[in-house]
Design a protein around this ligand. Sequence first.
Ligand code: SF4
Length: 359
Amino acid sequence: MTIDSTTQTGQLLAWYDANRRVLPWREDPSPYHVWLSEIMLQQTRVEAVKEYYARFLEALPDIASLAEAQEDEYLKLWEGLGYYSRVRNLHKAAVQITEEYGGEMPRSEEELIRLAGIGPYTAAAIASIAFGKAVPAVDGNLLRVFARMTAYGEDSRSEAAKRAAAGYFLPMLRTECPGRNVPGDVNQALMDLGATLCLPNGAPLCGECPWSGLCEAHARGEELSFPVMPAKKSRTVQELTVFLIRDDERIALRKRPAKGLLAGLYEFPNTEGHLDGREAETFVRRLGFTPLRIQALPPAKHIFTHREWHMTGYEVRADELAPSPSGEGIFLAEIREIRDVYSVPSAFSAFTERALAGQ
Ligand code: SF4
């Protein structure tokens, strides 16, 4: 069945009005709020973001305060969310906005996309939700809905698929409805439809979908055949041995390099490979510590997008930790500071918890 895009938009917005998700950043969709939430939501579940979003806004309530924040402060606010380049780029873009736009977020998609960390999807989300511009925010949700609605048979990860999805939804964003931010609401309605009905994993809830009568994949009973996705590349596995070198109050830490994975965050000394007890002792002595006791820790695993860390570890009790042990940028921190001061990424959470036990 075909209908005009105004009717199709009306069906979608009526469903959205009755079923929209209540989310903190929707209550006051200022450019800063939309921007911050969209960046946090990349690779992260809505429920996990809510708490971080509130905490971040409490500490850094606007673009000016974010621009002035120190690295350790914004990294700490991000701790546990992962993908730390996101918050570095947020800060960088806040400085750009302050210097180039007098502290006001630019309104056009073209200007937004020039800011650090803002790609086509985020630019479209900000431009439509905060400024009412008719730009489809094509992410995985919109692509999935599009692919099922039209039974799109090509690779849905391709640029051609994104262009086709944008072309499909654009007339809906341009629908006239005085007093309503149609572009922002259509984009958010599609995000909600994709997240709550046209599900990514498992069968979609077509019986509740406002577009079930228009959907080609549903008509064919082939909802799960779309979107068409190429096989994913497998992740690289990296073996590491992690060391908790400590006495009762202090623990050895080091800062990761300024570039690359988890750049600039803090970590426990570690090395490539799975070391046995003897190798572990040699490693610790090479760092300038004299171990009193070395205890093997349970293995731990962390999965990044393209990489897996398979970690073993040792807790090393050292007597009289030297105030400035030699080698590899290692320094001593109070143990409580790995919770309160230094951002140790969640990849090391099993070891952080072990270090903090009893604190
Ligand atoms: S009818 Fe089903 S498959 Fe089609 S868009 Fe709606 S939820 Fe998705």
